[in-house]
Design a protein around this ligand. Structure first.
Ligand SMILES: [Zn+2]
Length: 121
């Protein structure tokens, strides 16, 4: 999935060096359940960049923190800030394991977001 995202959004997630593509965002530090959120967010950002001349954005890290997606980047504008905020909020209602509806919970001191099936014992 990660390779798929790199192929789909090379200018957001990597760099061209000596004519070769190198990923900048190494290892998305979250489970696969949020891939659809990240994919949709990147699609939305790409769309914005395409229609806003001169606008640049570089994604620096994508990870889970306190049960929510964290999407770190430089550049962008108000539109992109809103899209990222929405994606991060949405992740607090989507199981990080499988992508089904879920909720935040505290397990052994960790805040995670899981559906009923993936709620730890
Ligand atoms: Zn689940």
């Amino acid at each position: 999935m990660e390779i798929l995202l790199h192929n789909k959004y090379p200018e957001l997630l990597g760099e061209q060096e000596d004519g070769e593509y190198r990923p900048r965002v190494w290892g998305f530090e979250h489970h696969d359940g949020w891939n659809v959120i990240v994919d949709t967010l990147c699609q939305s950002i790409q769309h914005r960049i395409k229609h806003a001349p001169g606008l640049v954005l570089k994604v620096t890290q994508v990870k889970e923190k306190f049960g929510e997606l964290r999407f770190y980047y430089s550049g962008g504008d108000d539109y992109i800030e809103g899209a990222v905020l929405f994606a991060e909020l949405l992740s607090s209602r989507i199981c990080e394991q499988c992508g089904q509806l879920g909720q935040k919970m505290k397990i052994k001191g960790w805040v995670i977001t899981r559906c009923p099936i993936h709620t730890p014992e």
